[in-house]
Design a protein around this ligand. Structure first.
Ligand code: ADP
Ligand code: MG
Length: 250
């Protein structure tokens, strides 16, 4: 589904991504692991259009998507989750979901094209969709809570929920488990697996928690020093000498 060919992203003289090549197969939940500073987030940012690459190419199927802007990728179903921005904290969880499709079209255009009745109808549709998403994620009870007041783990679920408001094909998740308790981490893992199995989402997941990676990801790709070091099942990469060395810092 996604193919990255010899990707480089340099910051000054520093090679954060240094010739990474990898594929994410359609229908998988692919894990991306590696020591801190390996270049995982930078790789995500280049694939998702947040950073231009220094060189190298990214393909979605046969189509080259290198350097496309986030909104262009969004329309192709390539999504990267983001923390709920500070300014949306005073909105409710439901409202945070409802605004995802509207924001992509631009609020002004939206208002200019549609009549009040059409806008109200669209709002009703989005509200119903948001409630369905919250139910899927088992967090209906926080629909009316202000986004700034929910827990870190609940925020992660809402971020995942935002991808469900549109037609995502592949979702990139950067450190879903950071600061999340075990129970919520399991809920997030379950949601990812259900989205994968029931809705056909492909995922690429960066995460440090190996128990979580082992439970939901196959295959697992290991990065170190800007390059891909190994790929295999969670058990295979864990047993790989070069991977162990990379984690121990040689
Ligand atoms: P990971 O997500 O694997 O921990 P990152 O992709 O965040 O690694 O970072 C890889 C390296 O690139 C790190 O050493 C980091 O300090 C550096 N880096 C990341 N972003 C920037 C930037 N915008 N400017 C300079 N250096 C950066
Ligand atoms: Mg990172």
């Amino acid at each position: 589904m996604i193919r990255v060919e010899n990707l480089h992203r340099h910051f000054g003289g520093f090679h954060a991504v240094d010739g990474a090549s990898l594929s994410i197969r359609q229908g998988t939940v692919t894990g991306l692991i590696g020591p801190n500073g390996a270049g995982k987030s930078t790789l995500f940012n280049v694939i998702a259009g947040r950073l231009p690459p220094t060189s190298g190419r990214v393909f979605m199927g046969e189509e080259e998507i290198t350097g496309l802007a986030p909104h262009e990728l969004f329309h192709k179903g390539v999504l990267r989750t983001f923390q709920i921005a500070h300014e949306f904290g005073s909105m409710t969880v439901r409202e945070n979901l409802m605004m995802v499709p509207a924001r992509q079209h631009g609020e002004k255009l939206w208002n200019a094209i549609f009549s009040r009745a059409q806008i109200r109808e669209e709002e009703e549709r989005l509200r119903a969709k948001a409630d369905e998403v919250l139910e899927f994620l088992t967090i209906s009870h926080i629909a009316d809570h202000k986004a700034s007041q929910i827990s870190g783990g609940q925020k992660k679920l809402v971020e995942l929920g935002r991808t469900m408001m549109v037609d995502a094909k592949i979702v990139f998740l950067d450190e879903v488990g950071a600061g999340v308790n075990r129970t919520l981490l399991n809920t997030i893992g379950d949601a990812i697996l259900r989205l994968n199995r029931e809705r056909g989402y492909t995922f690429c997941v960066i995460e440090h928690d190996m128990e979580f990676i082992g439970r939901i990801c196959d295959p697992v790709i290991v990065m170190a020093e800007g390059k891909v070091l190994a790929e295999g099942s969670a058990a295979e990469v864990r047993a790989n000498e070069r991977v162990i060395e990379a984690y121990l810092g040689r």
